[in-house]
Design a protein around this ligand. Structure first.
Ligand SMILES: Cc1cc2nc3c(=O)[nH]c(=O)nc-3n(C[C@H](O)[C@H](O)[C@H](O)COP(=O)(O)OP(=O)(O)OC[C@H]3O[C@@H](n4cnc5c(N)ncnc54)[C@H](O)[C@@H]3O)c2cc1C
Length: 503
């Protein structure tokens, strides 16, 4: 570890010494569609702006590759001048370890955005710079497009992507990748057939099930390379239509709501494959002037209205308000406030730390304790956290659990829920950062103690950054050993160690 830190320090020190002339040399090796943005330009400023303005990576130059080989050339150039580098795409990564990059090259993947569906309609080749929404939209248009062309396919297609429209397609998958369709097919990364990866030494390799690295790319992928393209499984769309029932509850009902959720889906039964339950806590004085509300979302595929068997038990608890909407799969992001038009897709300048924990079920007592803390934090007169959002994500899990617990580096298939307070605030110096960190960790600790688990399970893609590799990648020693050995083989100098480093 000491050895890696020294190497990293040397890389960071040498970055400043590279001149514009050197970048002209790099430009000569790149395709004519590649771009290089220097600091001070509007394009540079736009490219380095991030979703979370806290512990952000700093680059001296942005390279926008136009081809897969441009990534190879950029990494070779970085190696020649001992420069750090980091791949970016949707810029929603917010882990504090990114702040360890204090200079170097940002490799912005946005131009590698091609999507090509195979003739037999079972796979698609997807560029490393594709965004989640673009992939879904492209697959949903395949049937119409090809029917018009008198081509092979007659149906639109789907695959598992992250839920938020403005998040990269690749980013979520590298850490596992949760999405609306995971109950049917598994995680985003469970769909991978192969990946084209530029390694730390600048070589471009294809990684598939014949390679040990394939296992690691599916959950710990940030640590090993830059993915220039992937082949993913795709499927005929099974259930285009969806309905969602929103039930808004008073914070007084925390115990009742989550005891019922447990009874319905986590202790006596499991989440049905066609149902997803998310809930958000937030302070909206227009609904409750005193405390945060609980918004329960029951999302069901293949129906016009969510089945009464799912909604009635919750209606009997007496929500403050309810609403039913129906539409298609592509409406889900807007219904849950994560479409391109919603706040999570804007770069507001806020710091956006989250403190995630995976759970098997709810503990109603712990839910009450963290609600009270969250209430205090969002409503006290001088709080910076009035816009904070507490998220509880309960996807259906059949597709995820069907794949062996040890089959990939994603370690948490046995858990059922992803809980995370998002303590959004306007940056205002280290004191408020420290308050956020303390509060977020306190909330998470209560949920952890309430879970009865012996190790903290976190989602690496939501991680705050102060967790350990054990929490990101699983507490079993064999996982740590396997990942460490692969890291030694493929990234011995720790060049891919800005995002949740294995060691
Ligand atoms: C509003 C919001 C909604 C989210 N929704 C979901 C969700 O539904 N499901 C889910 O699983 N996660 C979700 N996440 C978490 C998401 O997985 C991570 O934030 C992820 O890092 C975002 O990827 P990005 O490309 O947008 O961000 P970036 O900051 O551009 O990338 C994050 C990191 O990924 C790596 N990276 C990106 N592209 C490549 C590449 N081509 N090759 C190699 N490395 C690469 C780099 O290490 C980079 O630092 C969400 C996050 C937010 C903020």
């Amino acid at each position: 570890m000491h050895h890696l830190q020294l190497k990293l320090a040397a890389l960071l020190a040498s970055a400043a010494a590279v001149s514009c002339q050197n970048y002209t040399q790099l430009a000569r090796t790149l395709s004519n569609t590649a771009q290089i943005y220097q600091p001070g330009s509007a394009a540079f400023n736009a490219a380095v702006l991030r979703w979370s303005n806290f512990s952000t990576p700093v680059a001296n130059v942005v390279v926008v590759p136009g081809t897969e080989n441009d990534v190879v050339e950029t990494v070779k150039f970085a190696n020649e001048y001992s420069l750090p580098f980091l791949a970016t795409n949707g810029v929603h990564g917010s882990i504090t370890t990114l702040g360890k990059m204090t200079s170097g090259i940002e490799i912005h993947m946005s131009q590698l955005n091609s999507i090509a569906v195979a003739q037999d309609g079972s796979t698609a080749t997807i560029g490393g710079g594709v965004m989640s929404k673009n992939l879904t939209d492209a697959l949903w248009a395949v049937g119409r497009q090809t029917a018009y062309d008198h081509h092979w396919a007659s149906t639109d297609l789907e695959t598992v992507t992250g839920t938020c429209e403005c998040v990269g397609y690749m980013g979520p998958g590298l850490g596992g990748g949760h999405g609306w369709l995971q109950g049917r097919y598994g995680l985003v990364s469970d769909q991978y057939v192969s990946l084209n990866v530029v390694l730390a030494n600048g070589s471009l390799i294809t990684v598939d099930e014949s390679s040990e690295l394939f296992w690691a790319m599916k959950g710990a992928g940030h640590n090993f390379g830059i993915v220039t393209s992937i082949i993913s499984k795709v499927y005929d769309i099974q259930y285009p239509n969806y309905a969602m029932e929103t039930l808004i509850f008073s914070g007084d009902q925390v115990e009742d709501v989550y005891s019922l959720a447990n009874q319905q889906w986590f202790t006596n039964a499991s989440m049905p494959v066609d149902l997803i339950n998310w809930s958000y806590w937030y302070f909206d004085p227009t609904i409750d002037a005193e405390k945060p509300v609980i918004a329960m979302y029951l999302i069901q595929e293949g129906v016009q209205t969510v089945d009464a068997a799912h909604t009635n038990p919750f209606l009997q608890l007496g929500p403050i308000a309810t609403q039913n909407v129906s539409g298609t799969y592509r409406d889900l992001a807007a219904w849950t406030g994560i479409s391109l038009n919603d706040t999570p897709c804007q770069k507001t300048g806020n710091a956006n730390p989250r403190f995630p924990i995976y759970l098997k079920s709810y503990n109603a007592t712990a839910q009450r304790q963290v609600y009270d803390l969250f209430n205090q934090a969002t409503t006290n007169a001088s709080t910076p956290f009035s816009d904070a959002l507490f998220m509880f994500e309960g996807y259906s899990q059949q597709g995820v659990k069907a794949i062996g617990q040890n089959a990939t580096a994603f370690a948490y298939r046995e858990d059922n829920l992803l809980a995370a307070p998002l303590l959004t605030y306007a940056p205002n110096g280290p004191a408020v950062d420290a308050v956020a960190s303390e509060l977020g960790n306190k909330i998470r600790q209560i949920l952890f103690e309430g879970s009865g688990e012996i190790s903290l399970n976190t989602y690496v893609n939501y991680a705050y950054g102060d967790e350990t590799p054990v929490a990101w990648y699983g507490s079993e020693q064999w996982r740590q050993n396997r990942l460490s050995a692969l890291k030694e083989d493929f990234d011995p100098a720790g060049q891919f160690s800005f995002y949740a480093p294995i060691m």
